[in-house]
Design a protein around this ligand. Structure first.
Ligand SMILES: C[S@@+](CC[C@H](N)C(=O)[O-])C[C@H]1O[C@@H](n2cnc3c(N)ncnc32)[C@H](O)[C@@H]1O
Ligand code: SF4
Length: 378
């Protein structure tokens, strides 16, 4: 099982919290499509004999392309790879792109999953974030997508945002559950470098929500999600039965994926590779058949650290038998030793052979994972 990811590096407007690679200059939109197709051809052997179980259009804003353009990329994947008949094909979409005309055309493509960036239903939050839509427009866009037959819809939301009171968060969640969708990605706001939010924070123009408030919002989210029939299967991800994102799961389960487009990452079990994060340099390199990516060979300990990072994120946890089998007794004992204090403090629990983060542990998952990482001169 493997996946193909397209990074669509364009947005019509820049959200003030977002550090993903993108440009608001849309000039190269058509040329970029051609380059994606060329890159697919150059890398047709990357996945070996494996068939493609998932295709994911992420960004940036994939819905900046018309449905027939997205379909032409899927057709191009089909030229070089075998796509599974039940493949999950996801399009990340901004709510304001999901017009009737757009959805009608999209319905006739192989796209069978939508991931829509809602962020908040409160207009003052959306203005602060510099989003292109209102809360009402976002709600209506999801309803419209459902009317057009999309029955595998995920929404993105952000909590821990300055000014997001508990009351507002509860209202956001009530509306999400009212929508009766299949999947929720709920992210804790990150102050990423080089974003307007971080600049405002440094200048004192934004005040970070304190940890306790963010934790209260997270706790409420996980309780409410469970009450509403969602399975909390990864730090930020919740799904109804049968709707776990296959694409994201392949990252966490250490499966091969091929990333196409500027800044896209690829993984073939031995090496990680990342494409140049610059639209014009990427286009130039693709056209001239020059280098457009950097590679890193993964050492034994890199692979172990990746395993920690990916398995502890999920609710099936880190399987200790896999650690012993794939990484040996030394790292198995290291995991047991590192787990001890977190088990006592109720941040981690042991379930059979698996180490699993408790709700309190999920909130400090970065600290816990770094303790488990093996530093080579340890
Ligand atoms: C890269 S965006 C692409 C989706 C689409 N362009 C949109 O905005 O609707 C994927 C998601 O990442 C989340 N995200 C981006 N930057 C974030 C940040 N600094 N903190 C938390 N979540 C963030 C947002 O929820 C966003 O919808
Ligand atoms: S959140 Fe989405 S729309 Fe906003 S800047 Fe990031 S990628 Fe673009």
């Amino acid at each position: 099982m493997s996946g193909v990811y397209f990074h669509i590096p364009f947005c019509k407007q820049l959200c003030h919290y977002c550090a993903f690679h993108k440009s608001i200059s849309l000039q190269a939109k058509e040329e970029m499509l051609e380059c994606f197709k060329k890159e697919l051809k150059y890398r047709k052997d990357y996945l070996g004999e494996e068939s493609v179980a998932t295709i994911y259009f992420g960004g940036g804003t994939p819905s900046i392309y018309q449905p027939h353009e997205i379909e032409s990329l899927i057709d191009e994947v089909a030229k070089y790879f075998t796509i599974d008949s039940d493949a999950e094909i996801t399009l990340e979409a901004n709510p304001d792109d999901l017009s009737e005309t757009y959805l009608r055309a999209l319905q006739n493509t192989p796209v069978n999953r939508l991931s829509v960036g809602i962020q908040s239903f409160h207009d003052e939050d959306l203005i602060l974030m510099n989003r292109r839509h209102t809360g009402k427009e976002a709600f209506e866009a999801i309803r419209r997508a459902q009317e057009f037959g999309f029955d595998n819809i995920s929404v993105d939301q952000i909590y821990g945002v300055p000014g997001l009171s508990m009351e507002k968060w509860i209202e956001n969640l009530d509306l999400v559950f009212e929508l009766d969708i299949q999947h929720i990605s709920s992210y804790h706001l990150m102050f990423d470098p080089n974003t307007i939010f971080t600049k405002k924070l440094e200048k004192g123009q934004l005040v970070e929500l304190d940890e306790e408030q963010s934790f209260e919002q997270f706790k409420y989210l996980i309780d409410k999600a469970r009450e509403n029939g969602f399975h909390h299967y990864e730090i930020s991800n919740f799904s109804k039965e049968g709707f776990i994102s296959k694409h994201n799961s392949s990252y966490w389960k250490q499966e091969k994926y091929l990333g196409i487009g500027p800044s896209a990452h690829s993984f073939n079990l031995k090496e990680r590779e990342w494409n140049i994060a610059h639209n014009y340099k990427y286009i130039k390199a693709i056209k001239e058949e020059a280098e457009f990516s950097e590679k890193e060979h993964l050492s034994f300990y890199d692979r172990f650290n990746d395993f920690v990072l990916t398995s502890l994120r999920t609710y099936w946890g880190m399987d200790l038998e896999t650690v012993r089998k794939d990484f040996g007794d030394q790292l198995y004992n290291h995991c047991l030793a590192k787990a001890e204090k977190y088990i006592i403090s109720n941040h981690v629990r042991q379930d059979g052979n698996s180490l699993i983060l408790c709700d309190e542990g999920v909130f400090i998952s970065n600290d816990i994972m770094s303790e488990f990482f093996w530093v080579e001169d340890e």
